[in-house]
Ligand binder design. Structure first.
Ligand SMILES: Cc1cc2nc3c(=O)[nH]c(=O)nc-3n(C[C@H](O)[C@H](O)[C@H](O)COP(=O)(O)OP(=O)(O)OC[C@H]3O[C@@H](n4cnc5c(N)ncnc54)[C@H](O)[C@@H]3O)c2cc1C
Length: 354
């Protein structure tokens, strides 16, 4: 997470717990392009970040802190319970059907918030699910003793995909491989073998990640570039990956999820506290707030994701960004603490593209 993610953790009151459990401060991100160009964006060098470092933390630690905080705030947490469907009454979502211990239950609600991730059951029930052209998949694992890892995240872009190395502290790194569907089909059931073999294709990763140092199994997910429109239905809203997730490259999926939750609170809490049913206008306000908060970032992440399809262009763009000292600005935009217009402007385009 960038410093903006850290700001969200502080606002939720979980930062001390997460850091106490071993979150690792990172100073920024280094991107290596296919033909040798590279850039390093440091969080402290552009915009006004919440603090000078971001935070790298295993999901096990982060999710545990969030669940504890939610419980302490009065939420009822039902672990081992899955949502299998929504309850609909006269074209309105009025609750959920869950399965727990082999039995089905109904939970009725004035507002259902679908925050159930990339493969969201809620998203399928609410709107139309779209998949973009870039059907990338990820394989990710935790690996010990990755050679040469410092205090920045690393992204190594190849001709068709990229690898990410993220220090997690305690000598462990999160290692991710993101590849197109065509390449993923070559995995043929041997995820660990394929994962380590593919990592070796990236010159900047070769020889640094040892299969014998795997400490958490290789997990797969995808395809990405999926979104739901509209992100609301009468009685329900979506947020986080359930609403939209493009690609892990520009990071900050967590920030988008946290910000989405804030927007639900900002636009829907007041009408929820009233007695009247949540009307269409409240949902329209939520969608408009999402658009205002995320549109610029959606454009930036799609531009970056598609630029990667041309290795020569991507390489040149990375070289130019570093040459004109724009790396920190770009990292601040992808890190969500500088508005997207800092890169979506003619001057930036002229420097990077022309
Ligand atoms: C390889 C990879 C690397 C990434 N790296 C980063 C990064 O460095 N920084 C960053 O900010 N983001 C990163 N992301 C993106 C980030 O993980 C997501 O954007 C973020 O987790 C979205 O949060 P969410 O709450 O919407 O969904 P999730 O975190 O997926 O949470 C969804 C929750 O819903 C639960 N759930 C799902 N279905 C059901 C159901 N039917 N019933 C009940 N519960 C259900 C799940 O168990 C889960 O707890 C990465 C993603 C990938 C794939």
């Amino acid at each position: 997470m960038s410093p903006e993610g850290v700001r969200h953790l502080a606002a939720l009151g979980v930062l001390d717990a997460v850091e106490g459990a071993g979150g690792f401060p990172i100073r920024g991100t280094r991107v290596s392009a296919p033909h040798g160009a590279s850039l390093t964006g440091l969080f402290a060098r552009a915009g006004h970040p919440f603090r000078s470092t971001g935070l790298s933390v295993p999901r096990r630690t982060l999710d545990h802190a969030l669940v504890r905080a939610a419980r302490a705030a009065g939420a009822e947490i039902r672990e081992g319970s899955s949502v299998v469907d929504v309850v609909r009454e006269e074209n309105r979502i009025t609750g959920l059907v869950t399965r727990e211990g082999g039995r089905h239950h109904r939970i009725m609600a004035r507002l259902v918030v679908g925050a159930d991730g990339l493969h969201s059951v809620m998203a399928r029930s609410i709107g139309r699910r779209h998949t973009g052209l870039l059907r990338r998949y990820a394989l990710a694992a935790h690996v010990e003793s990755v050679a040469g890892l410092g205090d920045t995240a690393e992204l190594h872009v190849g001709p068709d995909g990229y690898a990410g190395l993220n220090p997690l502290g305690g000598g462990v790194a999160n290692v991710a491989l993101v590849i197109p569907r065509s390449r993923m089909l070559q995995m043929r059931g041997n995820a660990p073998g394929f994962f380590f073999e593919e990592l070796e294709r990236f010159p900047g990763v070769r020889g640094r990640v040892q299969p014998s140092r795997l400490v958490r199994r290789v997990m797969a997910t995808g395809p990405f570039a999926r979104w739901t429109s509209p992100a609301t239905a009468p009685g329900a809203v979506l947020l986080g990956d359930a609403a939209d997730f493009f690609d892990p490259f520009t990071g900050e999926g967590m920030c988008a999820a946290f910000r989405g939750a804030e927007l639900v609170e900002e636009t829907l809490l007041e009408p929820l506290l009233g007695r009247a049913p949540l009307d269409r206008h409240a949902l329209v306000r939520y969608r408009a707030a999402r658009r205002q908060a995320f549109l610029g970032k959606w454009i930036v992440e799609r531009l970056v994701g598609h630029a990667m399809l041309s290795p020569a262009f991507f390489n040149r763009a990375v070289r130019r960004i570093e040459q004109y000292d724009l790396s920190h600005t770009l990292i601040a935009v992808t890190g969500d603490y500088l508005p997207a217009r800092a890169v979506l402007n003619p001057r930036f385009f002229a420097q990077v593209v022309l």
